[in-house]
Write a protein that binds this ligand. Sequence first.
Ligand SMILES: [Zn+2]
Length: 230
Amino acid sequence: MDWQELLFGDESANFLLEIALRSVIMFLLIFLGLRVAGRRGVRQLSIFELLIIISLGSAAGDPMIYKEIGVINSLVAFAVVFFVYWLITKLVENSDKMENILEGEPMYIIRDGRVSKEALKNKVLAGDEFFASLRFHSFSHMGQVKAAILETSGEVSILPFDDAEVRPGLPVWPDQLHKMYKVIPHEGVYACFKCGSTKLIAKDERTECTFCKKNDLWVEAVSDAKKQLV
Ligand SMILES: [Zn+2]
């Protein structure tokens, strides 16, 4: 094995110093770029903005470490990316349709305590991640949720039911959620493990969920009105 090549590639050790200088310049350029784009946190990024970050990251990263790529080359790529960004922002400002195409649309993922039809159709619910965000907002089961919307930023906005309107629902805390039954142990209200639809099921019965039609695993529904204490 050639250690010289593994550690330094084709360049001499002196190039390391140049890498340091290139990295500082590119770091400052990215910082400037993000300030121009006016964003502070990665969580708020839409797909479109993420695309820009990736383009910029790629344009910025290469001249840090490749001798044959100059800083100016990157700068041109930066200028082009920002020009396109500016152009598209202008288009978005003037057209709602364009905005939906580029940024995506907020989508209902829960309606009245169970997964919405559109979420089932678009398969947007990644179970664990979604349950985690309900837990994060101190909900103990889906029957407490009147509506939840997946925003274009990836955040979930949740509208709770009033205490009096809370209905039995699928628990979202692992200890209860993971007690699934195919054959029902005793009569009661159970919630579909996949979509949270609830149903009164008799002892020893096996049944399929009629709402999502994809599931025969049931979890005993819980009905506390109060949110969990956190
Ligand atoms: Zn279901």
